[in-house]
Design a protein around this ligand. Structure first.
Ligand SMILES: O=P(O)(O)OC[C@H]1O[C@](O)(CO)[C@@H](O)[C@@H]1O
Length: 445
């Protein structure tokens, strides 16, 4: 089971200060359970894992099998919560050189619809030429421009390359039950589709088919992922005492640090496999808490890589940061530093040691240095990187986010601020219906 260690924050905030959150956090948990808090239409994620049926998982696995049987490449089209959760799990569990592996058992997973780069899309379409590819088109609203644009291009190429009948088989839609262009297209074309429940927002949707289908196509065990999340659901339940509830302690600690002027939380990993876990986490916390001119700014670094770029800032820059380190206890492979007769590089003092031992000492040394540099450190310990622990981590962050948002006093389940760039973009592109905004924006240029 993953666990949380806040010892290295206690030189900055006290246990007593953390204890003052006991009551408000209990109230926040009750509000989540009873649906009496802000944004209560979006609490479908709260008991999603424990209420997921085997039948639902089998349906997803069967669809994944159709894609596996008929595709060498599957493109996941989606943005924000419609791709980050899947990518976080897939990249955590995949071989680091997955794209280059031959004799594959599972399709290569590629991503689109998360940018509007013409070069990216052109190069993707070039890569897909003559490949047996399929598409998972993911959009809760079914109207997101980035995703819709990529899907239009991908669908056309898939149909031209593979024929309409096969395209219909290898295109799957994950979207709203009734609304949006993605739903209309899926129904008209007869695609297999999955529904994103109304009460689950994009950034909380990784344990719905949004995350589960791509993860299953990539060959990973979605039963274990859900089982892990359900375990964490129990560990963070309303009946668990405050001191023993890791999500409650995480929410309390980060809010207290924020109150003490620590405005930026940096999520830290020591393995590049976790890069997209950080990207997923940044959306989860950024969209949930960053509103009403409040909210911790969620940032991330991949270490030790970024110690050689951002390390200086973290050690000696403005003291407005704290770190949450995800520490993986046991790595999957064993590699020892070889002895070298000449020892030209002076590394013989490491000979015989596991590479991970070096990494772990870098991790410990970094933590101690940063704490000495006045950067409070939280530590999330993952026994190993597998589906079960990732499921636990996902739910831990989700429930802690709901609690944390409530004690901050915001609605953690909306994202009104995201609309501003969209309406400007539509006005600039003269989208029908935006005539007034078009005139107004032209006057500003
Ligand atoms: O799934 P959709 O509706 O395409 O939205 C994708 C992402 O865009 C946002 O709505 C922001 O515009 C996110 O909250 C969401 O995860």
């Amino acid at each position: 089971m993953i666990s949380l260690d806040i010892k290295k924050t206690l030189g900055f905030i006290s246990n007593d200060a953390i204890a003052t959150y006991k009551e408000p956090i209990h109230k926040a948990q009750e509000a989540l359970e009873n649906g009496s808090g802000k944004g209560s239409d979006f609490l479908g994620w709260l008991h999603l894992a424990s209420s997921t049926t085997q039948e639902h998982l089998e349906d997803i696995k069967a669809t994944a099998q159709v894609l596996k049987d008929n595709c060498d490449v599957v493109v996941v089209a989606g943005i924000g919560g419609s791709y980050l959760g899947a990518r976080a799990v897939i990249e955590s569990l995949s071989n680091s050189f997955d794209l280059r592996l031959e004799n594959r058992k599972n399709p290569i997973i590629l991503y689109a619809g998360h940018n509007i780069s013409e070069d990216y899309l052109f190069e993707l379409l070039e890569f897909l030429k003559e490949k047996r590819f399929g598409i998972i088109n993911i959009s809760k609203s079914g109207t997101t421009t980035e995703t819709a644009l990529a899907f239009r291009l991908l669908k056309k190429q898939c149909e031209e390359q593979r024929g309409k009948a096969i395209a219909k088989k290898v295109i799957v839609a994950i979207t709203d039950a009734n609304k949006g262009a993605a739903r209309i297209t899926a129904d008209k074309e007869g695609y297999k589709s999955f529904i994103i429940p109304d009460n689950v927002g994009g950034r909380f949707s990784v344990l719905t088919p949004v995350g589960l289908l791509p993860i299953a196509v990539a060959g990973f065990d979605i039963d274990q992922l859900i089982a892990g999340a359900a375990e964490m659901e129990k560990a963070c339940g309303l009946d668990v005492p405050f001191e023993k509830n890791p999500a409650a302690i995480y929410a309390a600690t980060r809010n207290e640090l924020y109150k003490q002027g620590k405005k930026i939380e940096i999520l830290v990993n020591f393995t590049p496999k976790l890069h997209y876990v950080s990207e997923w986490w940044k959306q989860l916390y950024g969209e949930s808490e960053g509103k009403e001119n409040k909210g911790i700014y969620p940032a991330s670094v991949d270490l030790t890589t970024d110690l050689h770029s951002m390390g200086q800032w973290i050690q000696e820059g403005e003291r407005s940061i704290f770190e949450t380190v995800i520490s993986v206890e046991k790595v999957n492979h064993e590699l020892r530093v070889p002895e070298d007769k000449e020892n030209l590089d002076g590394l013989n003092y490491l000979a015989g040691k596991r590479v991970d031992e070096v990494n772990k000492m870098a991790e410990l040394g970094t933590q101690l240095a940063h704490v000495d540099g006045d950067v409070p450190n939280l530590r999330i310990v993952m026994p190993s990187l597998n589906e079960r622990h990732l499921g636990q981590l996902i739910y831990f962050f989700e429930i802690a986010c709901g609690i944390s948002g409530y004690i901050l006093g915001v609605n953690p389940f909306n994202q009104p601020g995201v609309e501003a760039y969209k309406s400007n973009m539509f006005a600039l592109l003269n989208k029908p219906g935006y005539e007034e905004q078009s005139k107004a924006i032209q006057a500003k240029l």
